[in-house]
Write a protein of this length. Structure first.
Length: 200
């Protein structure tokens, strides 16, 4: 089976975003991550920083998110909080990108937005703590003394966001077709493996 879409969830510092961009380059398939955030900010006329704050503090349950989406789809958005509108707008943008053709999505529970499609390859990128801390310091300019705290903070954010909006456990490997260790395999090899899986 060939896959039109790849959705990538990743641990902080594992290079998941970079792997998405490498995959985009070697497949000529567009990759979307921060673009979803930026387009959401434009659509709702709010700063990106507010979206980032929401993603870090989300506590809504999946059932409430589904209820909110059904109200929005029925044309009623008066009961929706700003946080609900952010999530729903992101999901709409992801679906719109998907309708344009093959795509690679990094984070933002993209798999939930296009779950009705049967050609979505779900990937989780992980690596050991030492590798991720070293990358955070080298690639992101994180202070060595703060690296462990920042890494734990972002992983918690992603875990909570994924759980709240999918009802699933972020680190549960049964949620993914591929779980790749970027520290052992390298970023380029991870991208090549995903490419091969998409074309299988």
């Amino acid at each position: 089976m060939k896959y039109r879409y790849a959705v990538i969830e990743r641990e902080y510092g594992s290079g998941g975003t970079e792997i998405g961009h490498i995959l985009s380059e070697i497949t000529d398939i567009p990759c979307y991550g921060k673009e979803i955030q930026q387009e959401t900010a434009t659509a709702l006329n709010i700063p990106v920083s507010e979206i980032e704050k929401y993603e870090e503090s989300v506590t809504n349950s999946l059932l409430y998110s589904l209820y909110a989406m059904s109200k929005m789809n029925s044309g009623s958005d008066e009961i929706l909080s700003r946080e609900d509108k952010i999530f729903i707008e992101q999901q709409k943008i992801i679906r719109r990108y998907a309708m344009q053709g093959s795509a690679i999505f990094v984070g933002r529970c993209a798999g939930a937005a296009i779950k009705s499609e049967d050609d979505v390859l779900s990937v989780f990128i992980r690596a050991d703590k030492e590798f991720r801390m070293e990358r955070a310091v080298r690639e992101y300019g994180i202070d060595q003394a703060s690296a462990a705290y920042i890494m734990a903070r972002y992983d918690k954010k992603r875990r909570s966001y994924y759980s709240a909006n999918t009802g699933k456990k972020w680190s549960d490997t049964s949620n993914y077709h591929l779980v790749l260790d970027s520290g052992k395999l390298g970023l380029n090899s991870c991208a090549e493996i995903i490419k091969a899986a998409m074309q299988n």
